[in-house]
Design a protein around this ligand. Structure first.
Ligand code: G4P
Length: 532
């Protein structure tokens, strides 16, 4: 017999939706929220995106200021499941937070625009999921438009993303000739009518539908399906859970077509909260003592209020309002009196939360990203969050040298908080900031002025490719480096080279064959694979 905690865990599905901008993430999220009755009408999330109203953007004030740093959580109930969708902002809102959010989910839904195939931002986010062995479900969107050949799309996923795929449903035609999908999970044909109504025809009843049988597109679909049965991968839920096989679903989020079939299969095969690694032992979600870790800190953009919200993922036990916990990094005791859930449109005070849930706790400035909170007198810390190599760099200094002290203090604190990464140029000690998205620079500059009263000068260095060096100071021949391959030190004092472009990287490598260059993301993926 399962106890109450185990039952709560079993019904949790905590995931993020990743995609390239415009693939349909907002549209799909909205359809899922509608299923869960978390919003009442279509257009709610959409309207938010255009700046009018924010369902997943609860810091309205910031929105009005034109800066949004929120990647929030939407929670709702659906068919007995507790769903937590973590938002991963794209476009100009892309930041390290987007990556870190992926450490707090148990699975991921990847949306691909079927007219375009795998796009750059999807690739980046996918890599982080792969690095952590997170199960990935694919929704191939916009089937109502003339798309690319479905078989070609599957092949692209396998080749470009290096993951095996299994189509749990199969489209018959696309665009004007789109007839519907064959649901291999339930053995039924779902006819596309375009009016958000789905007509389900069980396999046995298909013979009687002469109007379908007569269409060449339908016959082609049947042939492809047969081909897939014979030559495609086998469906193995275990491999899905291990992140080695991605189930693929075809549909149209806008027409709400194939979305329900996708969501039902997703809920069945997606994993509930899993055991997590700490520096001492593996912690099981059903352990009695509460534990969790902070994966994101939301600074209040209002300079009058220094308080912040720390986003915590519950990993084990039960969170109860007002409970006392230990911050294992410092050994300090903290009382968690102000905690919030993030419903689709509101924040709500949390009384209880279970593994897989995300809660927002009030941060008086005590927390850092990656911090572990535990209820019992334990000392473990959850595995460090991966480091994400920045892609954009900028040189920075205080406009007024008289404000140097505040400048250093501000940088120190914001870097520590994880808002931005800091490097120093080896030859001149100049400060260089690194980020994965432009938003991080904007927020940095804004906060330096608002919170530390320092105006800064920032000179963009554009995109760079960072690679770390495996050698120490003494072995390093500093004459190898120049403006195109700029030598810097990171916060831990490790040497890295910022290459101006791919060409500079290759040129350097050719000329210096014995210098080992480390791609941080790749190295972390290798470590993860080795640990498995
Ligand atoms: P994003 O959050 O991933 O950036 O994408 P979003 O959902 O905003 O969708 C991007 C555009 O693609 C929107 O059109 C949306 O209506 C459209 N779209 C989403 N799903 C489908 C689909 O299944 N079929 C078709 N044909 N279009 C789809 P837009 O013109 O940018 O916005 P709107 O003016 O239509 O709201």
């Amino acid at each position: 017999m399962k106890n109450l905690l185990e039952k709560e865990i079993d019904t949790r599905r905590t995931f993020a939706i990743i995609s390239h901008p415009d693939a349909g993430k907002t549209t799909l999220t909205e359809k899922l929220l509608l299923f869960g009755k978390a919003i009442r009408q279509a257009g709610t999330v959409k309207a938010k995106k255009s700046g009018k109203f924010a369902a997943s953007d609860w810091m309205e004030i910031e929105k009005q200021r034109g800066i949004s740093v929120t990647s929030s959580v939407m929670s709702f109930l659906y068919e007995g499941y507790h769903i937590n969708i973590l938002d991963t902002p794209g476009h100009e809102d892309f930041s390290e937070d987007t990556y870190r959010t992926l450490t707090a989910v148990d699975c991921v839904v990847m949306i691909i625009d079927s007219t375009k195939g795998v796009e750059p931002q999807t690739k980046k986010l996918f890599k982080v999921c792969r690095m952590r062995g997170i199960p990935i479900f694919t929704f191939m969107n916009k089937l109502d438009r003339e798309g690319r050949e479905p078989l070609e799309l599957l092949q692209e996923i396998e080749e470009v993303l290096d993951i095996e795929s299994y189509a749990l449903n199969w489209p018959f035609g696309t665009g004007k000739r789109f007839l519907g999908i064959y649901d291999r999970y339930n053995d039924a044909f779902i006819r596309f009518t375009g009016d958000e109504q789905e007509e389900r025809i069980p396999k046995e009843a298909l013979e009687a539908h002469g109007e379908l049988q007569q269409q060449p597109t339908f016959q082609e679909g049947l042939e492809e399906l047969e081909l897939l049965e014979g030559a495609g991968n086998d469906f193995d839920p275990e491999r899905v859970r291990a992140g080695e096989l991605t189930p693929v679903f075809f549909g149209s989020a806008l027409s709400n077509f194939g979305v329900q079939a996708f969501f039902e299969a997703f809920l069945e095969y997606a994993v509930p909260p899993q055991p997590r690694k700490t520096n001492e032992r593996i912690v099981q979600p059903e352990e009695e003592g509460f534990s969790g870790y902070i994966f994101k800190i939301q600074a209040n953009m209002n300079p009058q209020h220094r308080d912040r919200i720390a986003f915590l993922r519950v990993c084990s036990g039960v969170f109860e309002r007002g409970m006392t916990v230990h911050l294992t990094r410092t050994g300090k005791t903290m009382k968690l009196s102000q905690a919030q859930f993030f419903m689709a449109s509101d924040r709500e005070t949390v009384e209880k939360a279970y593994p897989g849930d995300i809660i927002g706790i009030y941060d008086p400035g005590a927390y850092q990203i990656g911090d572990t909170l535990v209820e019992k007198k334990e000392t473990y810390q959850y595995d460090e969050l991966p480091q994400f190599p920045p892609e954009l760099f900028a040189k920075v200094r205080a406009k007024n040298v008289m404000r140097a002290k505040q400048f250093y203090k501000g940088i120190e604190q914001l870097v520590q908080e994880g808002a931005i990464q800091l490097y120093r140029q080896d030859s001149s000690d100049e400060y260089i900031l690194g980020a994965v998205g432009q938003l991080q620079f904007d927020v940095f500059s804004y906060r330096m002025e608002g919170e530390y009263n320092v105006e800064i000068d920032m000179v963009s260095m554009g995109e760079r490719i960072p690679r770390w060096l495996a050698v120490n100071d003494k072995q390093l021949n500093k004459r190898l480096f120049d403006e195109r391959s700029l030598l810097v030190k990171d916060r831990e004092g490790r040497f890295a080279v910022l290459f101006k472009n791919d060409f500079a990287l290759r040129y350097f490598q050719e000329k210096n064959e014995d210098v080992e260059l480390v791609d941080l993301l790749q190295a972390q993926e290798d470590d993860f694979q080795a640990a498995k």
